[in-house]
Design a protein around this ligand. Structure first.
Ligand SMILES: Cc1ncc(COP(=O)(O)O)c(C=O)c1O
Length: 346
């Protein structure tokens, strides 16, 4: 696709907000969505009593748009994000953003910011952040009647600038991000505030992030703050926690499919006890941002468990998974499952 790009060093961008041309906003009032408006305004008016501010009626999503090898501008599995946003909305008694509106908003906002879609080969992407907030004023605890759905986009650089290197994770037993019957399985904004304590605990102790255990028994692995956990067991099985307080990751779902159908590996989604750590040969954290961050070392109860190559290099299976998914995303390997949604650039 040949269109003019912004004068940016795409390969060296970091993961931070950068002003672009426009964001898009759809209002839900009197039980229906309006036609949506593109705007270059970065602020929005909000009532002082809006439910998003007082009572946390705020949910979001995260996905990426980028250019493939043949020059198409694509989004990776955006309908999965839309479906997850509906699940989040249902759990928080919010209005549902339909697939039609979600995809229309995506097409419009990407077109309005096409010069910020990083070129193929830069490793960068246009990060897409759909947001849904309750905007009706209420002083008592009750759901909003009106909603605002927005998508902001911003170009972000490649995640692994220093190479695909393993990180160290810290298992915490005195912090939780979500409860078994709470909101951990949806993308509620408050979950991320709840994860800040864990993040800073990890940083203070020179770890990349924490791994949370299940809040009830403190026995099973849940996930890390912003990513699912996967282990490659010593027998080669791809194992990932099944838990009601874990966000169903679209990356994890895709990697499981690749592991099972493309590589013929055994995969399982089940309760994974932290005591099984001695049976892990490799591990990783997976999510949109990094696809997979290899985990080389895990500290649990003051003991350091080193995985593949004593935690010095990424394991072969985690690397194989990472490379295959990235190649599918970039159109370097055929997308046989229709995971890439092309965005027509006008
Ligand atoms: C809590 C949490 N877990 C896992 C993930 C990974 O999900 P996905 O692969 O859909 O980006 C994310 C990121 O969205 C997250 O916030």
């Amino acid at each position: 696709m040949s269109f003019k790009r912004a004068d940016l060093d795409f390969a060296n961008l970091d993961f931070s907000y950068r002003k672009v041309n426009a964001n898009i906003r759809y209002y839900y009032r009197n039980g229906k969505w309006d036609g949506g408006t593109l705007t270059n305004e970065e602020y929005f008016p909000l009532h002082i009593a809006a439910t998003c501010v007082h009572y946390g009626q705020a949910i979001f999503e995260g996905l990426k748009v980028y250019e493939t090898k043949n020059g198409d501008v694509v989004a990776f599995r955006p309908v999965e994000n839309q479906k997850r946003m509906v699940k989040s909305a249902e759990k928080l008694f919010m209005a549902r953003v339909t697939e039609e509106i979600f995809l229309e908003a995506l097409d419009r906002v990407v077109n309005a910011n096409k010069e910020f879609v990083p070129p193929y080969g830069s490793g960068a992407s246009l990060y897409i952040r759909p947001l849904l907030i309750g905007i009706s004023p209420h002083i008592g605890v009750k759901p909003s009647e009106d909603y605002l759905f927005m998508i902001l986009v911003t170009p972000v650089g490649p995640y692994f600038k220093g190479g695909f290197k393993p990180v160290k994770m810290l298992v915490v037993e005195d912090l939780d991000r979500a409860a078994p019957f709470g909101l951990g399985d949806v993308k509620a904004a408050g979950n991320y505030a709840a994860g800040l304590r864990g993040y800073f605990r990890a940083k203070e102790n020179n770890f990349t992030d924490v791994i949370y255990l299940d809040a009830k028994e403190r026995k099973y692995i849940d996930e890390s703050g912003p990513a699912n956990f996967i282990a490659i067991m010593k027998d080669g099985t791809y194992t990932t926690p099944q838990s009601s307080s874990v966000l169903p990751s679209i990356t994890n779902m895709s990697l499981r499919t690749i592991a099972k159908d493309d590589f013929g590996w055994k995969t399982e989604q089940r309760s994974v006890a932290i005591d099984e750590i001695t049976n892990f040969s490799e591990a990783g954290c997976c999510g949109t941002a990094a696809v997979i961050t290899p985990v080389g070392e895990i500290r649990y109860r003051d003991k350091d468990y080193k995985l593949f190559d004593q935690g010095r290099t990424a394991g072969p299976k985690v690397t194989q998974l990472y490379e295959r998914l990235v190649k599918i995303q970039l159109g370097e390997v055929e997308d046989t499952r229709g995971w890439l949604r092309k965005i027509e650039i006008k």
